[in-house]
Design a protein around this ligand. Sequence first.
Ligand code: MIC
Ligand code: SF4
Length: 639
Amino acid sequence: MVSIAKKILEDHLVEGKFEIGEEIGIRIDHTLTQDATGTMAYLQFEAMGLDKVKTELSVSIVDHNTLQTDFKNPDDHRYLQSVAAKYGIMFSRPGNGICHQVFLERFARPGKTMIGSDSHTPTAGGMGAIAIGAGGLDVAVAMGAGPFYLKTPKMVGVKLTGSLPDYVTAKDVILEVLRRISVKGGVGKILEYFGSGVKTLSVPERATITNMGAETGATTSIFPSDEITREFLKWQEREDQWMEIPAGSDDDFDEIIEINLSELEPLVAKPHSPGDVIPLSEVEGMKVDQVAIGSCTNSSLKDMLTAAALLKGRKIHPDTVLGISPGSRQVLMQLSKDGSLADMITAGARILETACGPCIGMGFAPKTDATIARTFNRNFYGRSGTKSANAYLVSPEVAVAAAVFGEFTDPRKLGDFPKIEIPKSIEIDDSMILKPSDKPEEVEIIRGPNIAPLPEFQALPDDFQFKVLIKTEDNVTTDHIMPAGAKILPLRSNLPEISKHVFEQVDPTFPERALESKEEGGGIIIGGENYGQGSSREHAALAPMYLGIKTVLTKSFARIHRDNLINFGILPLSFANTADYDKIKENDILEIKGVRKALEENQTIIIRDVTQRFDIETSYDLSERDRKILLAGGKLSYI
Ligand code: MIC
Ligand code: SF4
């Protein structure tokens, strides 16, 4: 037998050979975009000049930029709605829910391949799909029937045995995985779950695990499709879309991680990395100022019913605030029908919109120096909107305990675990999902003044000099490179404007200095290990490109960001000797000669540090296709 991930990938293989590390091209059945990355993706799709998407299913969901403080976000929504109508795309309107939750409920299918312009696309892996996060341009290409290219990943089997004790949850399973392999332990790998513990987890619980698998850097994560998957699809009135995908076994994997669910305890990820996982007991008694329950990781009906049941008859602590954002309109409707919403409100929860909201700093920012407990997947520095906040990632159960007691508390202190009844049937109402127009030729694309045209892409020159503009540490995230939040996110469709915020949290002088050196040849960014982890936002490549960055030189890259750099013609190079990383200094002038020839012939590129007078040997891990894209000045020109 083979692992299920390998089977699905091989069934969709259109180019290359399935050998670890080799590049393969796969056919993509489904695509997903959200609004914050979607506007760019669709501008790029439009530039490709096709009249319709060529996928089985493409879905555009508005969930990120829903805080409408002026015309910008609503203008973008109208643009996205008109594009969807014209090009054959399903459109989930603002208010309908968080992209991954909506996709899991209404669209995901076992055995399909899917890419999405959001790093948590692997959520659909909970349904037995191969679902991969990618840059918007890669999604645009897939919508036009172009293959998606990736390096053949290593197959890691995560063997689950036992069953979760009360108050220990799917969130603790993925936190345990992160505790063991950290934020780069999944790079180049697919995490595939198997073993007797799998059948103890519902689809939304599996989706919590595959969702946050993104934080390990993994290409994706996947569960088998079994009777539990069938039940979930039946519940969603889509049983006809079920197919069985039996789990793999010990021999099917290159590596195995074993987790006995019965032995797990409540865990938390401490500031500022999802990989810094410790037992909850280590922080018990620490005061918590703000609690938030929601996000694409923990906002299913089960999570919300659990939170409501635990809050019932209690009040939140006077020194703590609690915000709850249900994952979808479907979930919210159910909560409001069965009275759970009333239990939350009575306890003192503030009910937030069914959207990403506080997870991406769109409102509900905490107070100065706050300690915050969130059921989300990322706690990067500054992401909550308040730089001095310390964010801990927790399960809904731990979140409720913190809200009730005002400090980190073992949730078992809330008493016997309540019995959570998932109703046999719920109301399925897709009226907030608009079907594409049946007269696409009559649909006009609506562009508000916030939507700036795409920039010009320039081919890489042969020789150039550039200045070291910034030298960063290990594990720099795309949130560091291109911050999000209520102020900056509305600028996603406007490159000149958003570029003014590159590296804002790290060094606010960066954009100005970059523009100055753009006149004199451009700048370079020096990075440590795992540079560009986190969000798939291609703005973290596009905006530096706009500021004149032609090269990024690091110890290593995170997958999606590396692909985005290539897509926009920025050369991703690595140090052959990491000692050179230590030597190189900010403001050094560097020089590259004959880079085009080196790329054409797949030769080593040497960078000269002109200021300190030494040579830096670099290495790169670029397929022939990658090198052609770089030589063309990016993927759009290449196509
Ligand atoms: C995130 O969680 O960081 C985001 C916001 O969903 C991003 C996408 C974006 O930056 O628009 C992601 O995960 O890819
Ligand atoms: Fe939205 Fe947060 Fe999920 Fe990103 S991680 S898709 S911002 S809910």
